[in-house]
Design a protein around this ligand. Structure first.
Ligand code: SF4
Length: 199
């Protein structure tokens, strides 16, 4: 039985996957693609997203004991590069299956113009046709659907390192606390030290 936080993360990931499928469909029909091995958007473009959108990635990072890395990135590099980029020195995203909405749609989505009509926004580094044969997913519409999953976190849009920090703070008040070692090399018995607000 998933806890409420697990359920929320599953729900978020369902919508993120749907958005990514739309982006793939557009990518195929429009013939646009990222340059091979490019990670410039993660490094140089100051990605921003909602605290809700980064919740699954932040949850994974906490389970990996990355609190200090998150705090350092938020305080020393609040506007990027993304704290998950190039974590292992291979130029990759460390949370690729959990990455937030902006990362799935960047370069493959439209914004609405002042008349409400979708306008495709390619990445300036992209290769491929600029003529597009199908309507790209519309970022604002998907972000709004995501926000509706949990408005207190969905309405907070921040640079990604700050969003992850806020998500980690929110989660750490609600997830079970790590079991402290009682003696060197030992942990407390299962069931002890569990935070009551989980679930
Ligand atoms: S979460 Fe991953 S894809 Fe998104 S900006 Fe960070 S490294 Fe790049």
């Amino acid at each position: 039985m998933p806890t409420r936080i697990e359920g929320l993360c599953i729900d978020i990931l369902g919508l993120l996957t749907e958005a990514e499928m739309d982006a793939f469909a557009f990518q195929r029909t429009a013939g646009v693609a990222c340059p091979p091995g490019c990670g410039s958007c993660c490094r140089d473009d100051h990605p921003e997203d909602s605290v809700l959108s980064v919740l699954p990635a932040a949850r994974w990072a906490l389970t990996m004991g990355m609190e200090e890395h998150i705090e350092r990135a938020a305080s020393e590099q609040p506007d990027g590069p993304c704290l998950f980029f190039d974590l292992h020195g291979r130029g990759h995203c460390a949370v690729y299956p959990l990455r937030p909405l902006i990362c799935r749609l960047f370069g493959f989505a439209a914004v609405r113009d002042k008349y409400g009509l979708p306008t495709y926004r390619p990445c300036r580094r992209m290769e491929g046709s600029s003529a597009w044969a199908s309507t790209p997913p519309i970022y604002a519409d998907l972000a709004q659907r995501l926000e509706q999953r949990y408005p207190p976190l969905g309405s907070q849009h921040l640079p990604i390192n700050q969003a992850v920090f806020q998500a980690a703070q929110w989660l750490s008040l609600r997830l079970p606390r790590p079991r402290p070692a009682t003696r060197r090399g030992q942990v407390r018995a299962p069931g002890s030290g569990t935070h009551p607000r989980e679930g």
